[in-house]
Design a protein around this ligand. Structure first.
Ligand SMILES: [Zn+2]
Length: 77
């Protein structure tokens, strides 16, 4: 019969808990990244002519308003 003491079971259960938490953290981090990546890469624009607020890819410094076509620069906070 294998002789195992109580400290081994404590160590094993804590290790399993830590491994489970790291696994869940990586899983939900990847899910979050997949879902919200397109929203995070958007920038806000406010049309000076018609007052509409719209979004476009962050790489654009200026885009045309989808309503009136006026060229607007990116909002900076
Ligand atoms: Zn406009």
């Amino acid at each position: 019969m294998v002789n195992l003491d109580f400290s081994f079971f404590v160590f094993a259960s804590i290790s399993a808990g830590v491994m489970l938490m790291i696994g869940l953290w990586l899983y939900y981090d990847r899910c979050d990244q997949r879902i919200y990546e397109t929203e995070r890469s958007q920038a806000l624009f406010h049309c000076l002519k018609c007052g509409r607020t719209y979004s476009a890819p962050r790489s654009n410094q200026a885009t045309s308003c989808p309503s009136c076509g006026f060229e607007n620069s990116k909002l900076k906070f």
